[in-house]
Unconditional design. Structure first.
Length: 501
């Protein structure tokens, strides 16, 4: 009986837990309840993925009203795969949060932290599985308002400016998306995504549809921090609490990439977006510029969180580049990198947070000698860094392999070379930190005898993410099966829609 309501549970679990956590306030039970909720949501996501892989898409009508008249939750291999990544990483960050926020967030605000965190989880889950374009906007705003709050909770007052900039840019992005959805509704009279796809296909080069597409692409590009609309991201990741940086870097932008894929492939159709409107070359150009420009910016920073923030924008470039190739393999590369990058970046930010916990700084010089003083933390950082670079036997290598393969399948040798060169730039900014940790002594004035490894509750989730990087770099059966189903389904559904028309 419960199994048929799993799509609704994915949203309701964190949504119901959030007000309970707020009422409990600063109690230790709050952390346990939030972590238990995240774990339960992860189990639900895993079961949904197994079901969709075995039986196909799940359609859940809220209130018994069938689509397109009622609101529908739709779970397929694509969003179930991303949902598993989001809930799984979110749960690990919740485990990590207990010790981390004790150092970085005033105790009086801990209840606000877990409440906003669970609301963000609920919003992100809703974005992923809703089948209604307007409700996608609603869930987007729920998650956005929660993340603005999370960023603003740090003890460093600069977080307030970062949160405000994030709020302004996020509001602009959301407004663009809402205007785009409104234009589609004005032309088609429906908000259900599958119904929208059928009705949009009936219009040939409609000015209203074109304008709606433009607004949605720009709005979503702000949300996913696609260059040059990324300026909100580095300060938000830099000045937010370490646990929040890990959460946002692993989930928020990944869900926004999913939204871009969903609108392009499910609603508008890749032929219309990429061939008729020529957006494939636009995305490809912006993705390549993002990879090189933001990798360079990462290489010249001194704050490690800022380095990882610019790295995230560059990695979003790889995801968008895979989409822009408009092939099954290219889309698979982008989808795999959504999952793999969540594992990499969560581990990296957790390691940085652990160093901050002991040293009180995240400048590159603060990492000097940490290889000996915090061996497990720096080993985790190094392995996750190798995954960002794309070294074999790590998850990052799998992403780059599929991306290069997709480029070579289309004889785009220049693109393949640029992908490899972009990976080499990652060696520079990761290498600077690793060099400071292992090839320099602890700076003068710092008592090395007082430095010790991070608490166990920070190390365990950090190493779970690291081991996941290694596991999914060796055994790719789950990721390739899920994204293979999703990619083929997205292209096949477009072909079937064209035949129906």
């Amino acid at each position: 009986m419960l199994e048929q309501h799993l799509p609704a549970l994915a949203i309701l679990l964190p949504l119901i837990a959030a007000p309970i956590v707020f009422i409990l306030g600063r109690s230790t039970v709050v952390w346990l309840l939030a972590t238990f909720t995240g774990a339960w949501a992860s189990i639900v996501a895993f079961q949904l993925l197994l079901t969709t892989l075995a039986e196909g898409a799940i359609h859940y009508s809220l209130g018994g009203w069938s689509a397109p008249w009622g609101i529908e939750l739709t779970v397929d291999a694509l969003n179930a795969f991303v949902l598993l990544a989001v809930t799984g990483v979110s749960t690990m960050v919740l485990v990590y949060s207990k010790e981390s926020i004790a150092k970085e967030i005033d105790k009086a605000k801990h209840g606000f932290y877990y409440t906003a965190y669970l609301l963000a989880m609920a919003g992100l889950s809703g974005i992923l599985i809703t089948g209604d374009a307007f409700n996608l906007f609603v869930f987007l705003e729920i998650s956005s308002l929660a993340t603005y709050t999370l960023v603003s909770l740090a003890s460093d007052r600069r977080c307030l400016t970062a949160a405000f900039r994030y709020l302004i840019m996020g509001t602009i992005g959301a407004t663009f998306i809402l205007i785009g959805v409104g234009l589609l509704y004005m032309k088609t009279g429906t908000l259900n995504m599958l119904d929208l796809a059928e009705r949009i296909a009936a219009f040939d080069r409609s000015r209203t549809i074109n304008t709606g597409l433009a607004f949605i692409v720009v709005g979503v590009s702000i949300k996913l921090a696609l260059f040059p609309l990324h300026r909100w991201l580095p300060p938000a990741y830099t000045y937010a609490p370490s646990a929040v940086s890990s959460f946002l870097a692993s989930t928020a932008t990944k869900v926004a990439v999913y939204v871009l894929i969903r609108f392009i492939f499910t609603i508008f159709g890749p032929d219309y977006v990429f061939y008729d409107m020529g957006m494939d070359m636009v995305f490809m150009f912006l993705a390549i510029v993002a990879i090189f420009k933001c990798s360079y910016m990462a290489a010249v920073q001194n704050n490690v969180k800022t380095i990882l923030a610019f790295s995230s924008v560059a990695q979003v470039g790889y995801m968008v580049l895979g989409i822009s190739l408009v092939t099954t393999t290219g889309l698979m590369a982008g989808l795999i990198h959504i999952f793999n990058h969540a594992l990499m970046k969560s581990a990296l930010f957790m390691a940085v947070g652990a160093v901050f916990y002991r040293v009180g700084s995240v400048e590159v010089h603060a990492f000097k000698g940490m290889g000996k003083q915090m061996p497990f933390t720096m080993a985790a950082f190094t392995i996750a860094g190798l995954s960002i670079i794309g070294v074999p036997l790590t998850a990052g290598f799998v992403s780059k392999w599929y991306l290069v393969s997709a480029a070579l399948q289309q004889n785009l040798w220049v693109i393949a070379v640029l992908i490899l060169l972009g990976s080499l730039l990652a060696i520079v900014y990761i290498g600077r930190i690793v060099e400071a940790a292992y090839f320099h002594d602890v700076p003068e004035g710092r008592d090395a005898s007082k430095l010790k490894e991070a608490p166990l509750l920070m190390l365990i989730p950090m190493w779970v993410m690291v081991l996941a990087n290694l596991y999914f770099g060796i055994d790719t059966s789950l990721t390739t099966e899920a994204v293979g189903h999703a990619s083929e389904w997205l292209f096949q559904s477009t072909e079937l829609l064209e035949v129906a028309q």
